[in-house]
Write a protein that binds this ligand. Structure first.
Ligand code: SF4
Length: 363
């Protein structure tokens, strides 16, 4: 009876409590949870028979990083001069031309927290890219990078956002959220901004009506309670988004990949469980009553699990992601092309529609 009351609450769009979410996680059979999440998904999205997908290209701005996250094989330290790179503008231009030729409309720009790259560097980069490609969408720099640029340039984070927007920023990816609980962050990414700071930068972006997404990297040292706390914090922040502004357009969870990471050396290895992932997708759909889109991250969980996730609360298959280095450097090697992603969506029983970052159809 108690569980039924929680479902009833969630199904009419009411916010369920931490305790109720925990009960769902711990005590409901997966098929029942997935069915409730699937119902809610059908209510939330405009075309319930549609699953969206995207084409964009990831380019890493630099691999030099002062953060040293223990789950990241991609970065190098400022003193490791033989491994450094800062992507030159010619490479951005060549890769952007290729991306447009493949039907994409957006670059996902992310990289390390370089100790010498401040606001002027990124302003110039964005302005140059926009002058070459006026229709290009720049989904760039997560909240930790914004906080880092503010520190390097000795300005406030809202000024960083304002100047980046004026230089061509379209939206902010949800990177760097990991788990929004400081006990966890202190162990897996001790030099990264706190949970509070991540949320504060995102709130500033929402107030300025810069669209953002929210992510979660789970499956390392966090507890189930901390996963639920993460979801509740996202929901609370979204509730503070000024009416009519984009806020978080989507929630995107992915599994931690341990291969070769410091966390692996500390004894934390990945044990990917498809059923746990599906439970997370379904609980997220039931908790996040104010975030419309939930993405099945095929890049990290593979095609079949992502297909089942579309029946467990997810309504988006993510991007074919022409280039991705951070996740793939730690053991995620799934790849789709356009045909493959559309086929996977059809096989799961839905109509594929190409979308942009704002979830508007492009086909
Ligand atoms: S995840 Fe990002 S912030 Fe962390 S070490 Fe890697 S590049 Fe740096």
């Amino acid at each position: 009876m108690k569980l039924q009351r929680i479902y009833d609450k969630a199904l009419v769009g009411e916010a369920i409590t931490r305790e109720e979410a925990m009960l769902l996680w711990r005590e409901t059979p997966l098929y029942e949870l997935a069915a409730a999440a699937d119902c809610l998904r059908a209510d939330k999205v405009a075309d319930k028979g549609v699953v969206t997908w995207q084409i964009d290209r990831n380019i890493n701005t630099t691999n030099v990083c002062v953060s040293g996250c223990r789950f990241c094989n991609f970065h190098c330290k400022p003193h490791q001069i033989d491994r450094h790179f800062i992507t030159p503008i010619e490479e951005y231009i060549r890769k952007t031309e290729e991306m447009f030729a493949l039907g994409g409309d957006q670059l996902l720009l992310q990289g390390g927290m370089h100790p010498a790259l401040g606001i002027e560097y990124y302003e110039e980069l964005f302005q140059t890219l926009k002058s070459h490609f006026p229709t290009l969408r720049l989904n760039a720099l997560g909240a930790p990078e914004v906080a880092h640029i503010a520190k390097v340039s000795k300005i406030a984070t809202h000024e960083v956002l304002e100047r980046l927007r004026n230089a061509g920023l379209s939206s902010l990816p949800g990177a760097g959220a990991e788990i929004l609980v400081d006990r966890v962050r202190k162990i897996i990414s001790p030099a990264k901004p706190s949970a509070e700071e991540w949320l504060r930068v995102m709130h500033e972006a929402h107030e300025m009506n810069i669209p953002t997404t929210a992510t979660m990297m789970y499956g390392h040292i966090e507890t189930i309670e901390e996963r639920i706390e993460h979801l509740i914090r996202l929901r609370d922040l979204q509730a503070e988004c000024p009416e009519g502004n984009y806020g978080f357009t989507a929630f995107i969870p992915w599994i931690f990949r341990s291969e070769g990471t410091q966390l692996e050396k500390m004894g934390y290895t990945t044990h990917f469980s498809p059923t746990e992932y599906l439970r997370l997708i379904a609980v997220a759909r039931l908790v996040l009553n104010n975030i419309r889109n939930i993405q099945a991250s095929w890049l990290t969980v593979g095609k079949q699990t992502a297909q089942i996730a579309l029946h467990s609360g997810a309504n988006d298959m993510g991007s074919i992601m022409i280039e991705e280095n951070v996740v793939s450097s730690a053991g995620a090697h799934n790849r789709f092309d356009q045909e493959g992603i559309c086929r996977a969506i059809r096989e799961a029983g839905f109509t594929p529609r190409l979308r942009n970052q704002l979830y508007e159809y492009r086909d």
